[in-house]
Design a protein around this ligand. Structure first.
Ligand code: AMP
Ligand code: GLY
Length: 424
């Protein structure tokens, strides 16, 4: 099978790496890919979705998998399907679950899915009134996509009102902030839970935990994610059951009933408060860096999983995971997440340790290659060192041993990934 992967990050690299090991796959294309994905397949520099669909048709691509949210919200799935192509991801309509926080919150409310108490509005007065009924901290969210930056946790009512003002005026996030969600702060621990969905059936993947802050002990600014691990011991059968009954089933049924069946990855950002799961947000794609840890745990054929999910036949496959753990540590460039950094050459030491070589790998993200084949750190999140093991500690030790083998000027990473699990 020929597979096309849309995206350029570590997430798409990790899916590519899993597909590379899949005997059913004989060719992989990345659009656009990065400076390392050309070692797994061929990078295709076509950004127009219609042209990309033509490329898929002309080259006999049987399955397209979309990594990031932007093409999904822009309707890439609809364009490919109009051409009769098989593509894994939700339609533009279904992608509103991520593309509009207001759509998502109103959907949750319509279907009685547990979430933080909220108001959505374009009126400063209405927002202020609601803010006055809440205790700080108070959460203010821009409606549209803001590259993961549209959420402000305000420490006082005044700060929350300022945040609303900044968003509604268009100053903070442009059009994405024309409407806002104001909601109560939920105090608990966060999980990333993923379900692969085919419109009606679904498979839940082992729950992961991301580390969004730049620095150890969850300090510093929010980032796209500095590391993750799976499965997390912070989830037990009772939480899976509650998620299944109160969240996943009503969501898939609701999307079906409302005429936009959900196919693709339903990414549930969950806050567990006193043993009860609440939905913070939905995304309509894999998390990055969570995907980098989930892919190596997948025992079943990834091409079959994504193909069957795209063709409403998920019930025909039995999905299995290795009974192991994976920990991923993001190595970021010097000025991340504030600004871009000078390109820095990446040197990776040869790994002689057999055990490490077999149980760890790198998923490359913000990297470019020069004419001589030298690799440079050119993006914010440069790469993810992933360790796999029979315990979280073993997986984490391997991930950090690999980190020690990777060098580039200005590199930064957290040294405490998976700390919540190791405390348990
Ligand atoms: P979101 O993009 O909605 O996931 O928000 C980004 C981050 O803000 C989440 O991962 C949480 O850490 C935090 N957050 C969002 N909403 C809330 C809330 N209601 N209570 C507490 N933290 C929140
Ligand atoms: N790691 C969180 C995200 O991909 O949004």
């Amino acid at each position: 099978m020929k597979v096309l992967l849309v995206g350029s990050g570590g997430r798409e690299y990790s899916i590519g790496l899993a597909l590379k090991k899949d005997p059913k796959v004989d060719e992989i294309y990345f659009a656009p890919g990065n400076g390392a994905t050309d070692e797994l397949g061929e990078n295709i520099l076509i950004s127009d979705y219609k042209e990309l669909a033509n490329f898929a048709k002309d080259n006999g691509v049987e399955l397209t998998i979309v990594g990031p949210e932007a093409p999904l919200v822009d309707g890439i799935v609809d364009i490919f399907q109009e051409q009769g192509l098989t593509i894994f991801g939700p339609s533009a309509k279904a992608s509103q679950l991520e593309g509009s926080k207001i759509f998502m919150k109103n959907f949750l409310a319509r279907h009685n899915i547990p979430t933080a108490r909220y108001i959505e509005t374009d009126s400063f007065e209405k927002a202020s009134e609601f803010i006055d009924t809440l205790k700080a901290p108070i959460v203010v969210k821009a409606d549209g996509l803001c590259g993961g930056k549209g959420v402000i946790i305000a420490l006082s009512s005044d700060e929350a009102k300022e945040a609303v003002k900044g968003m509604l005026s268009g100053e903070a996030f442009g059009e994405a902030g024309n409407r806002v969600v104001v909601e109560e702060f939920l105090d608990g621990y966060e999980l990333s839970v993923f379900a692969i969905c085919d419109g009606k059936d679904y498979v839940v993947l082992p729950a992961a935990q991301d580390h969004k802050r730049l620095l150890n002990e969850d300090k510093g600014p929010n980032t796209g994610g500095m590391g993750a691990y799976a499965p997390t011991p912070l989830v037990d059968e009772s939480i899976y059951k509650k998620l299944d009954e109160r969240v996943i089933r009503p969501t898939l049924k609701g999307m079906q009933d409302e005429g936009m069946p959900f196919t693709g990855v339903l990414f549930m950002g969950v806050m567990v408060v006193d043993g009860e799961p609440y939905i913070l947000e939905y995304n309509v794609r894999f998390g990055d860096p969570e995907c980098e840890e989930l892919m190596p745990l997948l025992k079943s054929s990834p091409s079959e999983l994504f193909y069957k999910a795209s063709t409403s036949r998920l019930s025909e496959v039995k999905i299995e995971f290795y009974d192991r753990y994976a920990v991923g540590v993001v190595m970021a460039s010097k000025n991340y997440p504030y600004s871009s950094s000078e390109p820095a050459e990446i040197i990776i030491d040869e790994i002689y340790h057999e055990d490490l070589a077999q149980n760890s790998h790198i998923s490359f993200a913000g990297v470019s290659k020069d004419e001589d084949g030298k690799l440079y750190a050119t993006g914010g999140r440069v790469l993810v060192c992933v360790g796999v093991g029979d315990s979280i500690k073993e997986a984490r030790d391997r991930a950090y041993m690999l980190v020690g083998q990777v060098h580039f000027a200005g590199k930064q990473c957290r040294t405490d990934i998976a700390y919540q699990a190791l405390k348990v």
